[in-house]
Ligand binder design. Structure first.
Ligand code: SF4
Length: 379
């Protein structure tokens, strides 16, 4: 932590210690944590169960500053909502609310960013074009959930008021801007904040952290045995040369090293790692690729998520080859082959393409959708 701690990054234990040092009862730390993360307070003035004198003293010692400010909301025709925000130092952060598919659609998955920009340079990714700007703090990561809940409250609060606010978001995926394993201390801290019973009390089982394959991160996570989050790995090709063209990280951590790390990871029983596989026409979608993928993953506890590629704002290529989406019937054949080999396979419908909110499309620019209404408010 920095010498001036960032209020929203502090855990309940740290806040209790802070109040103890102030000569106040430690339970004040739990109170403050609840205001910040469960209620989503926007100033100390709202915390009416603390005296005015105490609130003034807090403002002096631990200045109140919300970690992110919402800059723009863009609603997609498919109902996903991109939230563009910025940090106190003016850097862009993006999160995406993806509506559930259940009958009442009373839930969202939230995709959060862990860095502003990204250094890994995946050739298919819009975020990569921004370069790396900074690691987000735990407070900046966790506050994306608060911003999303405020947005849902604004649009759907009256309609959904019989359901506790914190249940409106049922899953959190760390798959937005940035590589979570390159900011793992803050990622883990943000998970501890989001899952604390005094705050949003989010279930660890409903959190997924996705990596492009920064191998050291697996051992670091394994050293936190009380963390039971889900893991996803962006693989995208079983062929080393092809993966290197798509994901330069493979030059540092080749596929063999990545798969060895997956094999060694102490997965709880019945849990499976998700293998993310974006499909590019003629690059990684042949039946030969499917065969190699099946051989590579044999014996691993995984499920495979095939993702149709979203063409971004500018044409992209891997080596000399243009990146284009694989036709749907090819994706279906690929999926059937893998199912025949005993793998659980889903084909993900990528949400938010018209507002640049889909997988690999998060960059600072946003495009307005033609659809103005908020999903759920017109039912
Ligand atoms: S796909 Fe993920 S890891 Fe790769 S450049 Fe984009 S944000 Fe970074």
């Amino acid at each position: 932590m920095d010498s001036a701690p960032e209020l929203f990054s502090l855990t309940p234990v740290e806040l209790r210690d802070f109040f103890f040092d102030l000569g106040e009862p430690p339970f004040r730390g739990d109170q403050l944590f609840r205001w910040l993360h469960k209620v989503g307070a926007s100033s100390y003035d709202e915390m009416t169960d603390m005296s005015r004198v105490l609130r003034t003293s807090l403002e002096e010692r631990l200045p109140f500053a919300t970690p992110l400010t919402l800059v723009e909301e863009a609603v997609s025709r498919d109902g996903s909502v991109k939230l563009a925000s910025q940090t106190v130092d003016g850097l862009p952060v993006e999160s995406v609310l993806i509506p559930g598919t259940g009958l009442d659609r009373r839930n969202y998955t939230l995709c959060v960013s862990t860095q502003s920009g990204c250094s890994l340079g995946c050739t298919f990714c819009e975020t990569a074009t921004m370069g790396f700007l900074k690691n987000l703090s735990a407070g900046e990561i966790a506050y994306q959930v608060t911003l999303a809940l405020h947005t849902l409250q604004k649009h759907l609060g009256e309609k959904w008021n019989e359901l506790p606010r914190e249940q409106w978001i049922t899953n959190i995926v760390y798959m937005g801007m940035g590589e979570p394993f390159l900011n793992l201390d803050n990622v883990i801290r943000s998970i501890r904040i989001l899952t604390d019973a005094k705050g949003l009390n989010f279930s660890q089982r409903r959190i997924t952290v996705s990596t492009a394959g920064v191998v050291a991160g697996f051992a670091r996570l394994a050293a936190e045995p009380d963390l039971h989050i889900n893991l996803a790995v962006s693989l995208n090709s079983p062929v080393e040369e092809v993966r290197r063209e798509l994901m330069p990280i493979s030059r540092r951590h080749p596929i063999s090293e990545l798969v060895a790390a997956l094999r060694d990871f102490p997965l709880p029983k019945r849990q499976r790692i998700t293998i993310e596989y974006i499909m590019f026409d003629g690059i990684n979608d042949t039946m030969e690729d499917a065969g190699k993928l099946a051989a590579l993953l044999r014996g691993l506890s995984v499920k495979i998520n095939l993702i149709p590629y979203n063409v971004g704002s500018v044409p992209k290529q891997a080596g000399r080859r243009a990146l284009l989406p694989t036709p749907r019937d090819t994706i279906d054949r690929f999926a059937e082959y893998l199912r025949g080999k005993g793998f659980a396979v889903t084909v993900r419908a990528s949400a938010g393409q018209d507002i640049a909110a889909a997988c690999g499309q998060l960059a600072r620019k946003t495009r307005r959708s033609e659809k103005d209404g908020f999903p759920g408010d017109t039912e």
